[in-house]
Design a binder for this molecule. Structure first.
Ligand code: ADP
Length: 367
């Protein structure tokens, strides 16, 4: 096992700055998920760690070795891709042992033992003599994993390995990968564009946007203390609601004025222009006066909850949509005006650069 460290890593393709000054450490034995929208530089980052792309600037260390100029086959990593590309004319056993044979480092008995151990771990020993075309997508993905496991690498690098699988299988394989990680304890970097996958699988997640690292932290920290508006909107489903607001001092805290609401919040915050963020699950129907009026467009029953899709009653721009995740007993009619409320402890403020501005409620302030 090994720690992987990226220091100031940059990648430029011709005139595209794909990855910019990334600093991050993947701890020994950690499962780190790298997540972000398409084109943000995830694959490029992973491919630089693998040695499949040259590094334009900075340094990558695996264990204690700087690997910038080390060939991929000498890096002691194993990669699992979305396209698992098994050799069709080889059995599962042959597919899994191929890399070991090619390396010339192991005798037959050792190869057999490694393949059989990996097959047991993946619960596919009965498939060893079958051919890829006889296997389901999930079984093929297991074989692809098996091919990496037999090499007993210091680091696993996984690039969207589950994206070819249907939703049910994907969620099964997620659990499976976590179990494998627990058993093997190998440092793993896992790339995905899917925030749900990141939230459920990662010990920590690294969120990229436009080639830059936005935040690296435990999933719950990214959720409850996002560094900036990008992270706030990317993590969590449905996404956080954002309102552009003016903040002024008020005797009881601050007065917050948006296009269609005005409310007083008991927090300490410098006056100015901000984006106010409230997650759908933190909005609820007001018991009294409420804070945010909105007109119901659609009510989507989700079982335990209803998702309300609403529009603020501002004349002129009816564009902003508000989503509220409420108890399933609250089911207003489309067209109805409702008053929504939120707790002051659940809101986030972002300044004009997009950075989150931590606030203290008066209650916290006095304790
Ligand atoms: P992601 O994996 O997050 O979707 P990539 O790492 O594949 O993003 O790409 C990051 C950026 O680098 C994108 O703008 C992409 O177009 C660009 N890029 C990736 N590979 C190449 C390449 N071989 N040549 C030129 N530009 C590339």
């Amino acid at each position: 096992m090994s720690q992987v460290q990226l220091s100031d890593v940059t990648k430029v393709y011709d005139d595209v700055l794909a990855v910019e000054d990334i600093d991050l450490t993947v701890r020994d034995g950690e499962f780190l998920v790298v997540v972000g929208p398409s084109g943000c530089g995830k694959s490029t980052t992973l491919r630089m760690v693998a040695g499949l792309e040259t590094i334009s600037g900075g340094e990558i260390t695996i264990g204690s070795e700087v690997v910038n100029d080390v060939r991929p086959q000498d890096r002691d990593i194993a990669m699992v891709f979305q396209n698992y590309a098994l050799y069709p004319h080889m059995t599962v056993r042959e597919n899994m042992s191929f890399g070991l044979r090619l390396s010339g480092e192991y005798d037959d008995a050792e190869i057999d033992e490694r393949v059989e151990d990996a097959a047991d771990l993946l619960e596919i020993p009965e498939l060893l003599d079958q051919y890829p075309k006889q296997l389901s997508g999930g079984q093929q993905q297991r074989v692809a994993l098996g091919r990496s496991i037999v090499r007993d690498p210091e680091v696993f690098l996984m690039d969207e390995p589950l994206s070819n699988l249907d939703a049910k299988l994907r969620s099964q394989m997620r659990t499976e990968l976590q179990r494998l990680h627990e058993e093997l304890g190998v440092t793993t970097i896992y790339v995905t564009h899917d925030q749900t996958e990141a939230m459920t699988m990662g010990d920590r997640i690294a969120i990229l946007n436009e080639g830059e690292l936005q935040q690296i932290a435990e999933p719950e920290v990214c959720y409850s203390e996002p560094n900036n508006r990008f992270v706030a909107g990317f993590i969590g489903s449905p996404s956080m609601n954002f309102f552009e607001v003016d903040v002024e001092s008020a005797p009881e805290g601050v007065s917050v004025t948006g296009d269609s609401f005005e409310t007083v919040l008991d927090v300490s915050l410098a006056p100015g222009r901000y984006t106010l963020g409230v997650r759908p699950e933190d909005l609820y129907p007001a018991d009294g006066a409420g804070r945010i009026p909105a007109d119901v467009d659609v009510v989507e029953p989700m079982g335990a909850d209803n998702y309300l899709y609403l529009t603020p009653p501002t004349e002129g721009d009816g564009e902003t949509e508000i989503i509220a995740r409420v108890d399933n007993e609250f089911r207003p009619d489309p067209g109805e005006r409702v008053m929504l409320d939120f707790d002051v402890a659940d809101v986030h403020f972002f300044d004009e650069t997009g950075d989150r501005v931590p606030t203290e409620t008066a209650a916290e302030h006095t304790t």
